[in-house]
Ligand binder design. Structure first.
Ligand code: AMP
Ligand code: MG
Length: 355
């Protein structure tokens, strides 16, 4: 879906006036402000309700120079920029303190930079010719938006413009890589996987803080400030599990009878839903367990994790729309983009049943 020139012109006018504009990227929808506008930056934090120590990513147009953003470009960054830009990869570099306001970086001496490949983002950034800070265009804590409608749900009435470019292709936020320290680290897993990065930077690894968030080890603090927050959680109780379908069936039946015994409730008033692969949904269908559920939300086929990545945030939003009380979520393999899927899914979950 192409964004018309009139809309781009309006967006540019708003950004230069210190306003915010939501726009599509290949990862998720971003809430953009001019990176040099203190007013615009303030409005981002306000509209999202975002904690001010959670820094923003600066987005640049294809071919744009990083002058006035990064103080220097580390040599290893050049390698990754050549290979993966434009694309869903954010690189941490030393901040150009004369130009990038400290509000952008939450007071850090480094700055996060990305050159998006999504057609809408490219069109906007090229048209405006300015660096644009753009966190995900959701209310802080909610699943990131992967359609313009998701943005409208969260920020409708709070921001002056949403550019609609259709659904995002990747569906999860960018991979973040820090190259400012001796040991190169992935601070947030995303569409560009650890395996892809290792081909170019063999000693790169996952930040132990990210692994910590996965194993719920509170002693290890993630290096990307935003990764420490609980995120994406639906209102219902999300149980993430790698158990086979037989266990799901047992649990769902137990939940229903417990609810009817304990609260004297009619079984149907407890709203149970599942977020799972097509294979799992078919298994649950067989003994009629799916009929006991209020929602069967698909993440596509197990063999196509890219599809699950694209669908996950929408699936979590659907859980709220359907007002589910209990949600069973299927754990995916951590291979490839599975690492990023599981990173977000774990953050969204209230409980994990890993066998
Ligand atoms: P979002 O804008 O919602 O995609 O979140 C941006 C993420 O980038 C957050 O998790 C931030 O903590 C992280 N980030 C931004 N700037 C930096 C930086 N200079 N160093 C480390 N992490 C950063
Ligand atoms: Mg976000």
């Amino acid at each position: 879906m192409k964004i018309c020139p009139e809309s781009l012109a309006l967006a540019k006018e708003l950004l230069l006036a210190g306003q915010v504009v939501a726009f599509p990227t290949e990862t998720v929808y971003g809430l953009g402000a001019w990176a040099y506008s203190a007013e615009g930056i303030r409005r981002i934090y306000e509209a999202k309700g975002r904690p001010s120590d959670n820094p923003l990513i600066v987005h640049v147009a294809p071919g744009a120079s990083l002058e006035g953003i990064a103080e220097e470009i580390p040599q290893r960054a050049e390698v990754l920029m050549d290979r993966f830009w434009p694309g869903p990869l954010t690189l941490i570099m030393p901040r150009d303190k004369d130009h990038i306001p400290s509000e952008v970086t939450g007071g850090l001496e480094t700055v996060a930079i990305r050159m998006p490949s999504g057609a809408g983002a490219r069109a906007l950034l090229s048209f405006c010719g300015i660096p644009v800070v753009a966190p995900s265009a959701n209310t802080s804590g909610r699943p990131s938006p992967t359609t313009a409608l998701h943005v409208l749900e969260d920020l409708g009435g709070k921001i002056p413009l949403i550019l609609d470019g259709g659904p995002c292709e990747v569906g999860l936020e960018s991979t973040i890589v820090d190259l400012t320290e001796e040991k190169p680290l992935v601070l947030r897993p995303g569409g560009i996987t650890l395996e892809m990065l290792k081909r170019w930077i063999p000693d790169i690894d996952l930040d132990p803080g990210v692994k910590g968030a996965i194993s719920v080890d509170a002693k290890v603090v993630p290096k990307a400030p935003g990764m420490k927050y609980r995120h994406y959680a639906p209102k219902g109780h999300l149980i993430l599990t790698n158990a086979p379908a037989e266990r799901w069936k047992q649990w769902i039946r137990e939940d229903l009878s417990r609810a009817s015994e304990e609260q004297g409730k009619d079984k149907t008033t407890v709203r149970i839903g599942v977020i799972a692969s097509n294979e799992m949904l078919e298994d649950l269908e067989q003994e009629g367990v799916l009929k006991l559920c209020h929602a069967a939300i698909s993440l596509g086929y197990v063999k196509e994790p890219e599809m699950a990545a694209q669908l996950l945030f929408g699936a979590l939003r659907q859980a709220d729309e359907k007002e589910l009380d209990i949600i069973y979520g299927e754990a995916f393999s951590r291979e490839g983009v599975g690492e990023a899927i599981m990173n977000r899914f774990v953050k969204a979950s209230a409980e994990q049943r890993i066998l």
